[in-house]
Design a protein around this ligand. Structure first.
Ligand code: PLP
Length: 397
């Protein structure tokens, strides 16, 4: 990441300090965990004021909690958002954000290459709620022909999981604005360090905070950032559906966010080194990394992001059968990389999307996502890049 390209240094400073106790003798440097499910009122008059919506007092942790408020202020600072809410998981964030604006009879236009869990939510649950989803390719071709009087949400994800294709966020936001559709983007892969969707016109950014925001593979969390109006609506949905975060997790998330920028910066450098190595390897058919010139969205990545991220994928050579076997052998042989789903932690991971994020999909559905049996997804961590490359060398040999 070029220093002058970073738009987030100030943001990182804010994200470290915002919400913390102000200085004073004996003040804690870190956020205390408010390990309480419920909060007292000083009188029934106070209780009545709360019930009438005239008090912002904490009442019950599903509604809000001081530790979670700090986490929310940090996420909002990172995303340059008016407000944010943290949730029990990325899927709680995604489902609550979508259901906050959708009702039976509404339509969603979504880009086809989504995280498998999001896709399955739209495929398996939304029809039961009377919500119809139409898909467009990442280039948004023909999207305006799909818009009709019921269209309520434009939902996208960029870079995509796992083939790292990009969606032009400025273009998508402009289309949504033109048609008065709510725009929501999953910013998990990019992180707010590399991409700020709200500043490009998006209404809401959602996260699996399990990934980079947490950063240490030790929590499950989600977040939504946007205007106060949208976040109030999402909070209502979290309160109804119960996808609220536990304060202990809030503490871990706060801790993770403090080092987000330095982790992402170093992980981007490591990913570039790994991608360049893989691109030259004789057994590798193709490397999906937006930082490579060979990537179809390299130019857009340079424009839209201020670093290329630390997720990549590569396809082994051979037809579906041979490449699938080869991919499994590589994943079974790595020693520094760990064979695990998830991403964004300090440990480098490999996984087969076919058996993890994209399980339970038909051959036709998989074709639309770019995932093949020979596709290996890589989350590059903070190890020495020489160790990572040596490990891949021996696993590919
Ligand atoms: N969005 C993306 C891009 C993801 O990769 C994932 C999980 O892998 C999710 C959302 C779901 O997040 P969570 O597992 O925290 O519910």
């Amino acid at each position: 990441m070029k220093k002058d390209q970073r738009h987030s240094w100030r943001t990182a400073t804010r994200a470290i300090h915002v919400g913390e106790e102000k200085h004073g003798i004996g003040a804690p440097v870190t956020t205390p965990i408010t390990r309480s499910s419920t909060f007292t009122f000083s009188s029934t008059a106070e209780m009545k004021r709360w019930a009438e919506g005239r008090s912002k007092a904490y009442i019950y942790t599903r509604y809000g909690n001081p530790t979670l408020t700090v986490a929310e202020e940090k996420v909002a600072a990172l995303e340059d958002a008016e407000a944010a809410i943290v949730t029990a998981s990325g899927m709680a964030a995604i489902s609550s954000a979508l259901l906050a604006v959708l009702k039976a009879g509404d339509e969603v236009i979504a880009t086809r290459q989504l995280y498998g869990g999001t896709y399955r939510l739209m495929r398996d649950i939304f029809p039961r709620l009377g919500i119809h989803v139409q898909y467009v390719e990442n280039d948004l071709a023909g999207i305006e022909r799909l818009v009709n009087k019921n269209t309520r949400v434009l939902y996208t994800e960029t870079p995509t999981n796992p083939t790292l294709r990009l969606v032009d966020l400025r273009k998508a936001a402009a289309i949504a604005r033109r048609h008065k559709i709510v725009s929501i983007v999953d910013n998990t892969f990019a992180t707010p360090v590399l991409q700020k969707p709200l500043s490009l016109g998006f209404d809401m950014a959602v996260h699996s905070a399990t990934k980079y925001l947490g950063g240490h593979s030790d929590l499950i969390a989600g977040a939504v950032a946007g205007s106060q109006k949208f976040i109030n609506a999402v909070r209502q949905m979290v309160i109804y559906l119960g996808g609220s975060m536990d304060p202990e997790v809030g503490f871990l998330l706060i801790r993770g966010i403090k080092t987000l920028e330095v982790r992402v910066e170093r992980q981007c450098e490591n990913a570039m080194a790994v991608a360049r190595f893989l691109e030259k390897h004789s057994k590798v058919a193709r490397v999906h990394y937006p930082g490579l010139r060979s990537h179809p969205d390299h130019a857009l990545a340079k424009k839209q992001m201020c670093g290329f991220g630390s997720m990549l994928a590569f396809d082994m050579k051979g037809g579906p059968g041979a490449s699938g076997g080869a991919a499994r052998r590589v994943c079974d042989r790595v020693r520094v990389f760990l064979l695990a789903a998830s991403l964004g932690g300090v440990e480098s991971l490999v996984s087969l999307p076919l058996y993890t994020s994209h399980y339970n999909m038909s051959a036709k559905e998989l074709a639309g996502t770019g995932v093949s049996p020979g596709t290996i997804r890589v989350s590059v961590g903070l190890e020495d890049p020489r160790d990572l490359i040596d490990d891949l060398k021996q696993a590919l040999a």
